[in-house]
Design a protein around this ligand. Structure first.
Ligand code: DX5
Ligand code: ZN
Length: 219
């Protein structure tokens, strides 16, 4: 099995000091998770392409960009061109996920598909061969600091079963309410990439919080 990926979400960081906040987890974390929201796909607004382009120049950790936006076809390739390692768009916002995944790979990034709380994963299982990452939301997308929804782990189990059966190389990521008291059950369900906002940036020592989460995910 692949070693777990820990991806702190800067949504819970101090946006006035983004480069320093990312610097605080570089070395300890595998990816930094960048939540892009457009106040349309979700009722919240964060950062967009110019901030990602600037931040990319200041830090070296791989960027895991999570696009919570409508019209991802228009915007997603720009994040790949800006040097993002992985660009994930939402199933609910995209008519042709396979086409967009191909575009992203051609633009130089990995391609991820996200499944929000109220979306079943079953119709998307057949798309796994075209994806590098499948992100299962363990909350309703839009805000940090929400309570983890353990019933979402049924989706994680379904995806893990399919990845194993078909021997696919797809990262199975979970996002929302991941913390010391939830990461073990998410890992046991088959997740191998873990986004954590509050649990990392709400801690007095973010790097130490990442190491603790990793130790729990590895068990
Ligand atoms: C919310 C974002 C998450 C958020 C998670 O829609 O996709 O990445 O930062 O925050 P926590 O870890 O606090 O639930
Ligand atoms: Zn996210």
């Amino acid at each position: 099995d692949a070693k777990p990926i820990i991806a702190p979400s800067i949504l819970a960081a101090d946006f006035a000091r983004l480069a320093d906040e990312v610097g605080a987890i570089e070395g300890a974390a595998d990816w930094v998770h960048v939540d892009v929201m457009d106040n349309h796909f979700v009722p919240n607004l964060t950062i967009g392409l110019p901030v990602v382009q600037s931040l990319r120049k200041s830090v070296s950790i791989p960027f895991d960009v999570h696009l919570m936006i409508t019209d991802p076809e228009r915007w997603a390739p720009g994040y790949a061109e800006a040097g993002a390692y992985n660009v994930t768009f939402h199933a609910e916002a995209c008519e042709n996920p396979v086409a967009l995944a191909k575009t992203l790979r051609a633009a130089g990034s990995k391609a991820g598909l996200a499944i929000d709380r109220d979306t079943p994963v079953e119709p998307y299982l057949e798309l796994l061969p075209y994806l590098d990452t499948l992100l299962i939301m363990t909350i309703k997308a839009g805000f940090g600091g929400q309570k983890f929804l353990p019933e979402m782990l049924d989706k994680v189990r379904d995806v893990r079963r399919r990845i194993s059966a078909k021997n696919l190389e797809v990262r199975l990521e979970v996002d929302g309410g991941i913390a010391a008291d939830t990461i073990e059950e998410a890992a046991a369900a088959g997740a191998d990439a873990f986004v954590a906002g509050t649990a990392v940036y709400g801690a007095s020592d973010p790097a130490e919080a990442v190491r603790r989460l990793r130790a729990l995910a590895e068990q």
